[in-house]
Design a protein around this ligand. Structure first.
Ligand code: F0G
Length: 471
């Protein structure tokens, strides 16, 4: 589907192997459900060619040269080739090698997302340097596209006719688009009534077979896991380690945007915990390859009503123990993207917290709504699940975990127009039936309900003057 000019020699492209995160088994291929055949846990991809070779005290020997890679990736930004124009495939040296990639790559020029300063939010919270990496500026308007381009291409390479996912909405929108581009069929399982119209409409337009199941996201996942064991469909949820590989590139691109100088903190929303696992994996790998010299602390924020990971980590009481289980819960939050009670990738995410020294936080529905409006007031829109990052940052700042002089990057995961109902209800004051006094005042300061007026100039001028007095 594409040819590539600014290619690296085959020898430095990355042969990857599968490995179970629990028992360490290294199967040659993955089962349909991407679970370890020996112990049932998740698989990850690793790169034997990157192993450090320091036996005789010599410099570590890598497959890659950090300076040359940075120059190559920069050079590709001026290329007219499809793969080079993708903010995922541009970094293909850090991704597993897919044979005959020119034939199989499905790309919508994903990635290449902006990094914005959030000046007002920074002042209000008391941090000097606050930025947002907006993954909602991807082709289907969420971060899912970065993982989907890679995993859908691998499905294509495997000759699959059908791909499938369970989703709270964004994965399904993304998968349906990439499947359509790659001439594959897509099956979407979504919880009936619990995803936003914006996301549902995307899956329909991209031609997916969309099944709204009378259950929640976790119920959809169970049925899909059974299905892939019986039918030759390729699973595109984030248990698929190729999704995680593609999603790593958000962190690589971020470091490039920061001149390879890592921030002190990166803050991400936590749902099924694939994204935090991916960003963390990228950070650790980049440090191993000497692309960056230190690790930012990666913190994960959940909604109070969908907080199984928060509870699991807090129950450890800060001790660096590996819990055996995470207690699933029935999740409920208006941030429907992260309405997940049994996150698949919790062990991977826990490893990331421990490797980077990050924190975990939970935020209330009101805190999410206010944070979303504050990001909006900075001229940047996002969907509710993304706004947990700012709400979480406020708490981490209050607890002293984030200090005023430190630099912080929030990962905004989805576009504002994914869920306009939430935004309109907030501004009309219809989102909550009751609110504590302090929050009511805070919300009022941000709410901008539309004003209905008679069609005459005087009325508009009066509205303008009144708004001007209040500004
Ligand atoms: N933000 C948005 C906008 C999401 O859509 C999701 C997940 C997350 C955050 C959480 O990311 O699951 O990797 O921890 N949405 C999935 C979906 C589950 O089906 O679209 P995560």
């Amino acid at each position: 589907m594409s040819t590539t000019r600014t290619s690296t020699p085959r020898s430095v492209q990355t042969a990857a192997r599968l490995r179970c995160i629990a028992c360490g088994a290294t199967p040659d291929s993955a089962a349909q459900d991407f679970r370890c055949i020996a112990c049932g846990d998740l698989l990850e991809l690793f790169f034997p060619g990157w192993t450090l070779d320091q036996q005789d005290g010599a410099e570590p020997r890598h497959h890659t040269d950090a300076t040359a890679l940075k120059a190559l990736w920069l050079e590709r930004r001026t290329s007219r080739e499809e793969l080079d124009q993708s903010g995922v495939w541009r970094f293909r040296e850090l991704l597993p090698y897919i044979p005959n990639i020119e034939e199989h790559a499905i790309t919508l020029r994903e990635g290449n997302t902006p990094l914005y300063h959030l000046a007002r939010c920074a002042r209000a919270i008391g941090v000097e340097n606050l930025r947002a990496k907006h993954q909602g500026m991807n082709p289907t308007a969420s971060f899912k596209d970065t993982g989907m381009t890679f995993a859908a291409s691998s499905a294509h390479q495997g000759g699959f006719k059908w791909v499938a996912c369970a989703s709270t909405g964004n994965t399904s929108a993304s998968m349906a688009a990439y499947a359509a581009r790659g001439n594959m069929h897509s099956l979407v399982l979504i919880p009936d009534g619990k995803i936003s119209w914006g996301k549902l409409s995307q899956a329909l337009d991209y031609g997916a077979l969309t099944c709204q199941l009378r259950t929640d996201f976790d119920g959809c996942v169970s049925i899909l896991n059974e299905l892939v064991r019986q039918k030759p469909v390729y699973l595109l949820n984030s248990v698929n380690p190729y999704r995680i590989e593609g999603q790593k590139t958000a962190a690589i691109e971020l470091m490039e945007q920061l001149g390879w100088e890592p921030p002190d903190h990166i803050i991400v929303p936590g749902g099924n915990l694939g994204n935090s696992s991916a960003i963390g994996k990228a950070l650790v790998e980049m440090r191993e390859l000497k692309l960056i010299s230190r690790l930012p602390k990666l913190s994960i924020i959940q909604a109070e009503g969908a907080n199984p990971f928060y509870r699991c980590v807090r129950e450890l009481g800060g001790k660096k123990l590996e819990p055996k289980t995470l207690k699933p819960m029935t999740a409920d939050t208006m941030a429907t993207a992260i309405r997940i009670g049994n996150p698949a990738s919790w062990k991977k995410a826990l490893r990331v917290l421990q490797a980077t020294g990050g924190e975990v936080e939970q935020v209330s529905e009101i805190e999410i709504a206010i944070a979303k409006a504050e990001i909006g007031a900075d001229g940047i829109g996002c969907e509710p699940a993304s706004a947990v990052t700012l709400a979480g940052l406020k708490k981490l700042r209050r607890s002293g975990f984030v200090k005023s002089g430190e630099s912080v990057v929030l990962i905004l995961t989805g576009h504002q127009l994914k869920d306009p109902d939430f935004t309109i209800q907030f501004h009309r004051g219809e989102l909550f039936s009751e609110m504590p006094e302090a929050e009511t005042a805070e919300a009022k300061r941000l709410q901008r309900a539309p004003v209905v007026l008679d069609a005459n100039l005087g009325a508009v001028i009066a509205a303008l003057d009144s708004a001007d007095r209040d500004s």
